[in-house]
Write a protein that binds this ligand. Sequence first.
Ligand SMILES: [Zn+2]
Length: 142
Amino acid sequence: MKRLRYFLCAMSIFSFLFGGCSKQPAPQSKAPPQTLPLGEISFSQLDITERFADDLHLKPADWIATVPLNKSAPNGKGLPPVGASDDEVYKAGEKLSKLRESIPVPNDGVYCPVCHIANIELTKLHTPCPKCGRPLLKFGWD
Ligand SMILES: [Zn+2]
């Protein structure tokens, strides 16, 4: 948590400095974050890791537990309802992963939305989950 707070703090200082010093026109409104082609989808994966930058200390052979997003965002678009069956969850995750796979993001890894585990090696994409055998989906760490 401390690290995350420090990061956010640093970010706001940076944006303040850049916003204050730059003489570019129209620096007033913050540029909107890059959105996915389908405007309605707010998530590109079903799970997140508990801590910021969790991937940095993982080795390629390590698997880390993930937390389902629908617990904290029950009405999140694209997320399955809490209590959805494994197949429903996976189907939802697969849809989001396809979207994410169309956008190259450095440092993306893989995860299984059913077993809630993630790994930093993108080369494992679509290979069977070590627990349930479903093809692994694309996972972003932040
Ligand atoms: Zn699995």
